[in-house]
Design a protein around this ligand. Sequence first.
Ligand code: FES
Length: 108
Amino acid sequence: MSDITLHITDREGKQHQVLAPTDMAMNLMEVVRSYELAPEGKIGVCGGMAMCASCQCYVTSDHELPEMEYDEEAMLAEAFHVENNSRLGCQIPITEKLDGLTLELAPE
Ligand code: FES
């Protein structure tokens, strides 16, 4: 299996079911961008360096996610609209374990 299915709710509340490749070293933020689920310039602003929080999302399924690194934790400590299930999409690599993941993009 090289594609997984993700369920993504965009900032307008619209739901999308998308396929994401596990063999292209992509992260969640890049998948959201590649499907244009958020306007260009409104997501992935720092290029995936955990420095802008524009890729913040709320993970609503109970998948096991990679532990937060210091950079992600520090960025989320400063970001707006942070919830208990907030993560930075750019810090979550697409792996087979994430098949069926459900998430919602945080407001800008
Ligand atoms: S793209 Fe900037 S923090 Fe994720």
